[in-house]
Write a protein that binds this ligand. Structure first.
Ligand code: NAD
Length: 492
């Protein structure tokens, strides 16, 4: 089996513990590589390297334009390696179509933020005081720790590190223990592009060991996490003790609302894409389908079931597969246990509900596309994130009722609205408590548009021009151009 080491200061580095853990292929359930099991000592080496690279050597000497050139060059290398990187990701997380699409798109993050690197401009402030010239500088925070999940490892790494590097920070990446390999391969491309050693580092291992050591490390100035809300809470508490900056992209329980005036074919497609694409393992999964009572409910559900039944489960490496395995064994068990919970709560099982046992499911961790009807929004299946191919259908009476149900949840990440009424589209978009609203669409994202959560779905925004400011701090510079000296004991 291939053995993956940490990547620190431009070199492979064996774990201080000399311990390794297996990474598994979810299609077969078999291990395929060994990953270095990091400790606080490894995290410290990586942070020290990142701090050295931030404070001395070539990186801080580069102009912003030169930093941008490096980012664009790494974008080209990612484009060159997209196919190979996608295949490594799929060996770990079982989502080929999703990973191929993502890898082809990831270079854009490096082109876009590379282009922004030399457009970070301060302001001259016309003060209310004579005799001073005042302006602002935006300076990089320092070492950024990027902690990522298993569902879209490299896409979410790109969201974090492209703006951080454009801002002039250095990074230590801690990938999910379930999907470390692709990040280690990815990091080498920065070396090939010409980034100085120590600007991009990767330490693998578990959250409780490496993740928390990064969060507690005094030289880390910012932590950016995509992960579960429970992880976000504990990181936020630890970061607060050290006054560190945080960006948290956490879970969701997103409503996908279909009004009776919608184009039903499009809405059926959108409902299926919202929950079954990527086997429901996305933070923005449209896991609560809200349907207008009676007028369209039965006909919509019938069409939805027909389309969902046609989903082909199978080998994630095959281009024909539409629904692949669940990435990790614990997640597979969690999804099945939520299906039991929903049954016990009285939701009506309309489709699926079992582990996938077809021969084309290999020996892997499959769950059938599952749909529950007659779900009450108070049930756990409607309130908690399942992170799997499980859809809850909830009836509503009118627009007001739809908004009440949609917002009656502690998360606020994505949301969908299907309607032909432009007035309703605006009204509902304004009142949905979610970081993203899609109207007659679902699951579109871009490097150019801000992404993040309301409520328990997180803090801060990734993507879009403003994202670069999450890696910067503002300095106000006052030049005395002839201010009259006054009483030194009184504030001027
Ligand atoms: P997770 O929270 O278990 O792990 C995420 C990362 O955090 C991993 O690298 C893990 O090792 C690390 N970690 C865990 N505990 C830690 C600790 N105490 N200190 C520091 N690091 C720690 O999440 P997961 O199971 O890998 O991913 C699924 C979750 O991610 C879901 O809740 C999903 O909604 C969320 N997610 C959110 C977005 C978004 O953009 N909002 C996108 C994808 C996934």
């Amino acid at each position: 089996m291939h053995r993956y080491l940490h990547y620190i200061d431009g070199r492979d580095a064996a774990p201080e513990s000399q311990a390794w853990f297996d990474t598994h292929n979810p299609f077969t359930g078999e291990p395929w590589a060994e990953i270095a099991q990091g400790t606080a000592a490894d995290a410290d080496l990586a942070v020290q390297a990142a701090h050295r690279a931030f404070t001395s050597g070539a990186w801080p000497q580069l102009t912003a334009t030169q930093r941008g050139e490096l980012l664009r060059r790494v974008g080209d290398l990612i484009a060159r390696e997209a196919r190979r990187l996608a295949e490594i990701e799929v060996r770990d997380n079982g989502k080929l179509a999703e990973m191929r699409g993502q890898l082809n798109y990831i270079p854009q993050w490096f082109y876009y933020f590379g282009g922004l690197a030399d457009k970070i401009e301060g302001r001259v402030i016309p003060l209310d005081k004579k005799g001073y010239f005042n302006f602002t500088l935006h300076e990089p925070l320092g070492v950024v720790a990027a902690i990522t999940p298993w569902n879209s490892p490299l896409l979410l790494t790109a969201w974090k590190i492209a703006p951080a590097l454009a801002a002039g920070c250095t990074v230590v990446i801690k990938p999910s223990e379930f999907t470390s390999a692709s990040t280690l391969e990815f990091a080498r491309l920065f070396e090939e592009a010409g980034f100085p050693p120590g600007v991009v580092n990767v330490v693998t291992g578990f959250g409780r060991d490496v993740g928390s050591a990064l969060v507690e490390h005094p030289l880390v100035r910012k932590i950016t996490l995509t992960g579960a809300d429970s992880t976000g809470r504990s990181i936020n508490e630890a970061a607060a003790r050290h006054f560190k900056h945080v960006s948290l992209e956490l879970g969701g329980k997103s409503p996908n609302i279909v009004f009776a005036d919608a184009n039903l074919d499009d809405a059926v497609n959108g409902a299926v894409a919202g929950i079954f694409a990527a086997t429901g393992q996305t933070c923005i999964a449209g896991s609560r389908l809200l349907l207008l009572q009676d007028s369209i409910h039965d006909v919509f559900v019938e069409r939805l079931l027909t389309l969902a039944r046609s989903a082909r489960m199978g080998d994630p490496m095959s281009a024909d597969t539409q629904v692949g395995p669940i990435t990790t064994r614990p997640q597979y068990e969690k999804v099945l246990s939520y299906i039991d919970t929903a049954r016990n709560e009285g939701a009506r099982l309309l489709l699926g509900g079992s582990a996938g046992t077809l021969p084309e499911c290999g020996g892997g961790w499959f769950v059938e596309p599952t749909i529950f009807g007659e779900v009450d929004n108070g049930m756990r299946i409607a309130q908690e994130e399942v992170f799997g191919p499980v859809l809850s259908i909830i009836r509503f009476k009118d627009e007001e009722d739809a908004l009440r149900i949609a917002n009656d949840v502690r998360f606020g990440l994505g949301s969908g609205v299907w309607t032909a009424d432009i007035g309703r589209a605006f009204r509902v978009s304004e009142r949905l408590q979610a970081g993203t609203v899609w109207v007659n669409a679902y699951r579109a994202v871009s490097f150019m548009s801000p992404f993040g959560g309301y409520k328990d779905s997180g803090l801060g925004r990734e993507n879009g021009a403003q994202a670069i400011h999450e890696s910067l701090q503002t300095k106000s510079v006052w030049i005395n151009t002839g201010a009259a000296s006054a009483n030194p004991f009184v504030m001027r």
